[in-house]
Ligand binder design. Structure first.
Ligand code: TXA
Ligand code: MG
Length: 340
């Protein structure tokens, strides 16, 4: 059975979402990054239903979404986000930033994967904020997809991935940023704030506020930190089809080779590449923001597309993105999506 889908911008939809959430059911809602799968963050039984619906190990901590910085502080130890955390929050809440801080005692371990830290975020989306305000409580919300599969940037992606494991999907149209929030660890126990997951908020933007701080990209994270933030698992955000990322100059030859082997091929391009006309293709914007906005939607479409002949696509060949820092987050998603 399919879940109910209601327009996110209607007060009646928000009221229905609040009713269902208080009843312990799961509600998917739009944010500026991707769609979230919400449940009451402070109720361990409700939170457990998220892990069940996603098929995600319960040791993977969830982000608590709150309406404002004060509600964020209420979940942090000592009622503060710390010096760097407060500075970042003042500048980027609401926005695509998630702060990891030491948790207040009343924050349940079910939310934090058993750990002593909690991830906090104020989403910059009118429907998400309306929902949080009407609810008057924090919402645990991972991306609204099955564990390790493509993140949802449209309501129908949620419906396809989770089916009736979710009671209601609030449809707010396509998400603006298109990739997840940037996760930054600002705990006092960490000498320097550290990026645990690259995301929609750029490293440049982070540096502009936390002067002197070193924001190490994820690739530099040690194995211990990988364990601390399971979103860093190499295989993540993957389409059903195999994804191969290749240089622009090699796309045509790689596609030709795959077609010769009889594979059903689709391509994800930024530039025009001469290819047989029957090859299904998606073209993304050449700017980092534009690319991020369209990436998951394009992968969802290609993954569901039909190749030459019958059946689904076997391989998606993606043109590589520039090695510039501005593309670090989308490069990270491409790398993980292509990891087997
Ligand atoms: O943009 C987003 O962040 C979306 C929307 C819905 O807000 N949410 C999202 O949640 O991407 P999820 O659960 O798919 O990813 C949460 C990330 C994971 O990489 C997780 O490991 C990390 O945040 N995380 C959560 N709590 C943490 C904690 N206490 N310590 C370290 N990392 C944490
Ligand atoms: Mg996710």
């Amino acid at each position: 059975m399919a879940p109910r889908v209601l327009p996110a911008d209607s007060p009646a939809s928000i009221a229905e979402a609040v009713r269902l959430l208080r009843d312990g059911q799961l509600v998917a809602f739009p944010t500026e990054t991707v769609y979230g799968l919400g449940a009451l963050a402070l109720d361990p039984v409700h939170v457990a239903r998220i892990f069940e619906a996603k098929g995600r190990p319960s040791s993977h901590p969830l982000i608590a979404h709150v309406a404002d910085v004060e509600a964020a502080r209420a979940l942090a130890k000592g009622g503060t986000l710390g010096d760097v955390g407060e500075a970042l929050a003042a500048r980027f809440f609401p926005g695509p930033l998630t702060l990891v801080v030491e948790k207040a005692t009343h924050v349940p371990l079910a939310l934090t994967g058993g750990g002593s830290s909690v991830a906090l975020r104020v989403p910059a989306h009118p429907a998400a904020l309306a929902l949080l305000r009407a609810l008057g409580a924090p919402l645990a919300a991972p991306s609204a997809n099955r564990f390790q599969s493509l993140s949802p940037t449209e309501a129908r992606h949620v419906v396809r991935s989770l089916g009736d494991a979710v009671a209601l999907v609030l449809d707010g149209g396509p998400c603006e940023a298109g990739i997840e929030s940037t996760v930054v660890d600002v705990r006092a126990s960490v000498p320097l704030p550290r990026v645990l997951r690259l995301g929609a908020l750029s490293l440049e933007a982070l540096r502009s506020v936390a002067k002197g701080a070193v924001f190490e990209p994820t690739s530099a994270a040690s194995r211990d930190e990988q364990r601390a933030s399971p979103g860093l698992d190499p295989k993540h955000y993957a389409p059903r089809a195999r994804l191969r990322v290749v240089a622009r100059s090699e796309v045509a030859a790689v596609v030709a080779g795959l077609l010769e082997e009889g594979a059903r091929v689709a391509v994800l391009l930024v530039h025009d590449v001469a290819l047989p006309s029957h090859v299904v293709r998606e073209q993304l914007d050449a700017s980092a923001e534009g690319y991020a906005h369209g990436l998951f939607s394009a992968l969802h479409r290609l993954d569901a597309a039909e190749g030459e002949g019958e059946g689904e696509v076997d391989v998606i060949v993606a043109e590589d993105v520039p090695t510039l820092e501005a593309f670090a987050a989308v490069r990270d998603r491409l790398t993980r999506a292509s990891s087997t």
